[in-house]
Unconditional design. Sequence first.
Lengths: 749, 152
Amino acid sequence: MKPRLVKSQREMEGRFEDVWVLVDEEDEVETWPDEAELQVVGSPAPRQDGLVRAGGAARYTVDIQLAGMLHALVLRAPVARCRVTALDLDSARATPGVRAVIGPEGPLTMNGDSPLTAEPAWAGQPVAVIAADTPEAATAGLAALAPTFEVLPPLALEAGLNEQRFTEDPRETVRGDPDAALAGADARVELTCETPAHVQSPLEPHAAVARWEGDSLTAWVSTQGIFDARRELARRFDLAPEQVRVISEYIGGAFGAKQGAGTEALLAAELARTTGRPVRLALGRHEEQVVGGRRSWTRQTVTLGARSDGTLAGIELAAVVDMGVGGWIFPVAEPVLSIYACENVRAMVFPVRTSLRAQNAFRAPGVVEGVTVLEQAMDELAAALGLDPLELRRRNHVDTDQGSGLPYSSKRLLACYDRAAELAGWDGRDALREPHADGLLRGMGCATQIWWGGGGPPAHATVRLDSEARAQVTTGIQDIGTGTLTSARMVAAEELGLPLERVFALGGDTLPNVYSPVSGGSMTTPAVMPAVRSAAGKVRRILLSLAADVLEISADDLELSGGRLRSRDGALDVDVVEVTGKLGNATIDGSGARGPNPEGFRVNTFGCQIAQVAVDPGTGVVRVERVVAVHDVGRIVNPLAASSQAEGGVLQGIGYALSEELVVDPTTGYPVNGHFDDYKVPTIADMPEIVVDFVNVPDANLPNLGAKGLGEPPIVPTAAAIANAFAHATGRRTSAVPLTPARVLEALA
Amino acid sequence: MPVSIEVNGEAHVLDVEPSRRLLAVLRDDLSLTGTKHGCGEGACGACAVLLDGRPVASCLLPVASADGRAVTTIEGLARDGAALQEAFVAEDALQCGFCTPGQVVSATALLASTPRPSREEIRAAMTGNICRCGAYPKIERAILRASGQETA
């Protein structure tokens, strides 16, 4: 091993930062060539833990049951802004079965700001927490608190905009001279559209279980980031990292909402420390819908100016974002800045502070919102120019990232357009507008997808091969439902030349101290899989060397695949156990680290979706009949799980387009539809036919695998494609997404 | 009040508060955590179990209502033969897997009454089971597969 530390760049959802990266020359393996005949990678594989999950044996955080475990409940602000005027902590403490009560004044042993407050600034903010022997006792204790509140008016959005009440300075990005370009354009369209507050709604809510053993803390946390959670818990409780173990073996969905330790793990750990008993804190459904997080509401105005040939002369975006009390401003401006070639762009983002929790990530945060409005404006421009919408997009194709001036490492968007058009029957789309016997109005619309998804260092993996030729892959992957652990298993099996069933991948536990990044930013596949392959490659080389000794043949003359060792001349063909069996209790170990991304490129993913909708002009109900989703994410490791990711993204996009919208009561600032019966996520009855395809060409400039991430891309263009299909069907647009029956009827009136 | 329930073929006499929900008794008292608490409001289907063979939302059912009746949970289905679960795995009809036990329970009830359901029948029977990951296309395929029908 020849380790070096080099400076590289890391990207997370469009944010770039410089990092030091440990580089080992032995980690650098060549990308499998396009024509390589791979045995495992690229073939559909069911999930390694599928039966465990399907049979109900998987233990999610909410399923952890420990001897003596207490159940915690949180008292929350019942309106957005208020002051606690009375709180009967003594009565709560005197309630039978209650073992601990913490109020806004404490007592707290943890460092830093208390997660509890007597002056809530957002709907559902925690005020007090109770731990009791049973959930019923905790409920009784919560009632005994008998809180009273002085209700304060919530911070309203429109007033906030007028008063310039921002969470941080508005952002303006300008390139070229957009004013002159728009003024001189041959065609110009302006479109304003609102996009909804969109709740992640994982079926497993935010939850944590904490147990102390002496000065060591074990925390089961339903989180996308076990190492972030470990760091946060160590800092808050004055512990060394090795004194904290975070376990997140099974996660019941996250979609961006479950970052780090969360308030749940902090409070559970605090309560467990003071009571000396394990504590579970799991949010209820209503809590999850109100405080679990959301994609921000936005109102965007996009102005496009084009030359008569359709090429964009200028773009302007003004986006108002309802931030809640804060959070990072997601890249809502990215689509106008990068998706099409345009020299003159102005993008303004106004982050208004309101009285909801700080906004957080939801699958392709910012970009979904931006694409949903920009892509509708593009269709309006196509109509103004009399151009086919896909043709307009082709004419504005760009091969470089216009912000940095760097070329994309690979971009096969034009192939996505062609394939999607073919699969959707795009050429016959206008026939859909003929009258139908069922009285429905039909139309077809398209939209373009851009996202990052190149991953990067740091990410590590170890592979251990035993005497029975079984390999254990250890990672820090949090498999939130994407199937990335199965991908790790496949990559290792391919590199080791072993059948899939002889390899098993582990993740979701900080104890082995093998780091993977947060399961976000579509980065697990591109970040971790190269490390897995490098680790497996080292084991393979050692194995071949040992095989040469045992079989008395040069290692260069040996091939390893399907669990068999063969000489190139065909004379020798033995099970690999012939060699590993000599190991006894020894193992062959290898570790791998993700190398840096190539300099001089931007790594992004691309795609195109085409939706067909049917609109009932009598009821205003929009039904999505078909969605074609074609994406370019480089090499596809597992086509089965990849199509599932795409279908899931499309379905969440359908919810965003048609039915999902968190509605806030203007008088209290509190959401009125924080339940599954009034916040409507898609069901199987809402499912259209979904046709998925991938370009599936490895990115030759990405190290090791040529694979990019797929978690986020499929949700990006869905709502825009549906809104464009609606406009194609009806000739109208709604002033806001989702296209609810009320908005549709208003638009058709 | 003692409540007598047969759970997955085993008789239990439980001394429980009769208004406690069946879901809480299954999960907290009997440690059968395969049945999930998704919403507690009967709106998501994650808590589905079979009560005398019929699917119910165990999060709404007072345990006293199950007195003298037979409850089958996902653990019982897994023990009695995993053909449906295997179809879910083969078709990748699960992502995070949290809703999957409820999906399997509802699909079991469907196939018991309708051995070869049409796509429309599948959608009607499964619409109460939310899958936030959006595995619906493959859930439909898994049920078709388990009932010996073409999935394409």
